[in-house]
Design a protein around this ligand. Structure first.
Ligand code: SF4
Length: 234
């Protein structure tokens, strides 16, 4: 079987975190009134996109009524509108809208994943749950072979650094998270952004222009890496 298909199937069938699996199923049963006609996905959410891809976006986890409802990463909530809008404007998606898994959205040379593939209560993961899901992020990075990784938020930033170390792409001390932080490695460049959560976007901590700047930098680094004269590791 294709290793990507096999990975995606193992993610969807995973049951390593009883608390998260129970919460996702409960949310899928109870639903939010606005989505009562929906048949919630309720299972672990697989990666979105197809490897190899130049860009890998690492989020935190599916939202209870977003990806846990639609079955596709960052789809069906406001964070997703921000993410796919920015990906579209940077040329990594064919449209800015993301409403359901049948909305014709296609990623262009990009894959979207997350630290955890199941929605956590209050958007908080335990250290054990992050560890439980780590092997999926390792395998995702190894199969995608990204030239640029954008980590959304401090947890994704830390976890990406840990995983890059475990697969031998990074050695030494990982930078502390801050919006706009950048780590240049032999294999790829890692960029940090605030997560486009409502907490950040409603308060103005993350503006659209700040978010766009991160993905425009990702675009430039991808293009540089692919150009015949590019260093491949700016
Ligand atoms: S968060 Fe990851 S490790 Fe935990 S049950 Fe979901 S897919 Fe499995």
């Amino acid at each position: 079987m294709d290793p990507w298909v096999e990975l995606q199937q193992r993610i969807v069938a995973c049951n390593r975190c009883p608390r998260l699996r129970s919460y996702c199923r409960q949310v899928a049963r109870q639903k939010r009134a606005a989505f009562r006609d929906w048949s919630y996905w309720g299972q672990p959410v697989p990666n979105f996109g197809t490897p190899p891809a130049a860009l890998l976006v690492v989020g935190l986890a599916p939202a209870a009524h977003g990806a846990n409802r639609t079955g596709r990463m960052f789809t069906g909530d406001r964070s997703g509108q921000w993410l796919y809008g920015a990906l579209y404007r940077a040329g990594f998606a064919n449209q800015p809208e993301s409403t359901s898994s049948r909305d014709s959205l296609e990623l262009l040379d990009a894959v979207v994943t997350a630290v955890a593939h199941c929605a956590p209560p209050q958007n908080r993961l335990t250290a054990q749950e992050i560890e439980n899901c780590r092997s999926f992020l390792e395998q995702t990075i190894l199969l995608v072979q990204p030239r640029v990784i954008v980590a959304l938020g401090a947890v994704a930033w830390r976890e990406t650094g840990r995983v890059l170390k475990s697969i031998g792409w990074h050695h030494g001390t990982w930078l502390k998270f801050q919006h706009g932080a950048r780590v240049s490695l032999d294999r790829c460049t890692v960029l940090a952004s605030y997560h486009p959560s409502q907490q950040n976007t409603f308060t103005g901590k993350l503006t659209e222009s700040m978010f766009d700047a991160v993905f425009q930098e990702a675009r430039k680094r991808v293009d540089d890496a692919k150009s015949p004269s590019g260093s491949g590791n700016a």
